[in-house]
Ligand binder design. Structure first.
Ligand code: 13P
Length: 251
């Protein structure tokens, strides 16, 4: 049985004060979450605050990106070992905003996945097509290419140490969620792709959905056979909404 994971991606939002309020809200409501594992991926500069507030709670935390390099002259970058220093369990790699605005290639994302894994962090590998790609009918080809880059570099068994998040770019921050059927179709495709190389890895792999997931649509999405949780942007900034999604995994 795959334990659902609901992870918040705060992106570049919040302040010290607002994050403190958010964490207090999460801590007081987390007791109602019985089934899902819960994590928040914070801006790196706040990870120290997040660590001191969440240590000893049921909520894990992580980074939103990391360097593919271990250390050295890479101004502005954050190494996997630094995320470890602040108790991170997870790190997002290959978010579509990194791919689009920072021109991260599939090969770079695969190297970041490897760097995270080598440091004992759990990489959350984001894949997903743009609206144009969906309309061209190349959704499966796009997510296959993004997934295969990791498999080619690290081998399929590396996925046993990670999580995949299917985030259709057209559904991110748009309020336009993929239907449960649309999402399930791609999740099933991704799992089958992994299964063609290793059935056990595929069976254990958590594949999260991300893209305008909210408390009122989470239940239907999470009910699908191959949707094992969510990667939540906007709705992870309000404790009530985020916890609402987490508790949707309860039933
Ligand atoms: P939204 O939930 O705001 O659509 O963002 C999804 C996302 O990009 C999570 O990584």
């Amino acid at each position: 049985m795959r334990q659902p994971l609901v992870a918040g991606n705060w992106k570049m939002n919040g302040s010290r004060a607002s994050i403190e309020m958010l964490l207090n809200g999460l801590k007081s409501g987390i007791g109602a979450v019985r089934v899902a594992e819960v994590a928040v991926c914070a801006p790196a500069i706040y990870l120290s605050d997040v660590q001191s507030r969440l240590q000893g709670t049921a909520i894990a935390w992580g980074g939103q990106d990391l360097s593919a390099q271990a250390s050295g002259a890479f101004t502005g970058e954050i190494a996997a070992s630094m995320l470890n220093d602040f108790g991170c369990k997870y790190v997002i790699v290959g978010h579509s905003e990194r791919r689009a605005y920072h021109h991260e290639s599939d090969a770079t994302v695969a190297k970041k996945f490897a760097a995270a894994r080598a440091a004992g962090l759990i990489p959350i590998l984001c894949v997903g097509e743009t609206l144009e790609e969906r309309e061209q009918g190349v959704t499966e080809a796009v997510v296959k290419r993004q997934l295969d880059a990791v498999i080619e570099l690290e081998g399929v068994t590396a996925l046993a140490d990670g999580v995949v998040a299917y985030e259709p770019v057209w559904a991110i921050g748009t309020g336009r969620t993929a239907t449960p059927e649309q999402a399930q179709e791609v999740h099933a495709y991704l799992r089958a792709r992994v299964a063609s190389q290793d059935a056990d890895v595929a069976a254990g792999l958590r594949i999260l959905y991300g893209g305008s997931m909210k408390p009122d649509n989470a239940k239907e999405l999470l009910a699908k056979a191959d949707i094992d949780g969510g990667l939540i942007g906007g709705a992870s900034l309000k404790a009530e909404d985020f916890l609402g999604i987490c508790t949707a995994a309860n039933d």
